[in-house]
Design a protein around this ligand. Sequence first.
Ligand SMILES: CC(C)(COP(=O)(O)OP(=O)(O)OC[C@H]1O[C@@H](n2cnc3c(N)ncnc32)[C@H](O)[C@@H]1OP(=O)(O)O)[C@@H](O)C(=O)NCCC(=O)NCCS
Length: 161
Amino acid sequence: MIDPAEQALAFTQEQPADADAIEALLDHAFGPARFVKSSERVREFAEFRPEMSFCAWDQGRLVGSVRMWKVHVGGTPAIFLGPLAVRAEGRKFGTGGELVARACAAARAAGYPVLLVGDEPYFGRFGFAAAPCKGVRMPGPVDQRRVLACGADVLAGPVTA
Ligand SMILES: CC(C)(COP(=O)(O)OP(=O)(O)OC[C@H]1O[C@@H](n2cnc3c(N)ncnc32)[C@H](O)[C@@H]1OP(=O)(O)O)[C@@H](O)C(=O)NCCC(=O)NCCS
């Protein structure tokens, strides 16, 4: 159990050696259903950007992860965010928010808008909205209300490599 009073997490850019711990965290957070999501189709063709992807560590144990991927949306370069996951016992301490903030700051510094599929009630607090994304076409079925962007007035067209 993570004690919030003693929680002093370390945040690092993702390294190749982190991959196994991240896979275990994603299995824990999403289960096998994660592989059938349309977001997973994006990750199959997108270019992984480790320098914008972050891990949260509690005394050497991975408690959170966010990954970022370079895509184009109708020809506009953008970053696709996801998956984002925090271990169940480490939630509601702001770790997910810190991961999103760091990843989005890195994308913004590099000049990219950020796209994701997720819940607007959660991601809205970080500036994400569905309104700019009405014309975004994901490579698979998706609830269009969950396609969210930050840092762009409008994104439209197919999501491609
Ligand atoms: C979503 C998730 C990453 C948030 O991590 P976290 O470290 O708890 O995030 P934060 O501490 O920054 O924020 C917690 C707040 O967000 C809220 N929240 C979490 N998921 C939410 C959702 N889907 N919709 C609305 N609010 C949500 C929590 O209730 C909490 O609210 P509070 O601040 O009023 O208590 C974590 O719950 C998780 O791993 N969930 C399973 C995987 C997932 O759904 N990932 C996101 C889709 S890509």
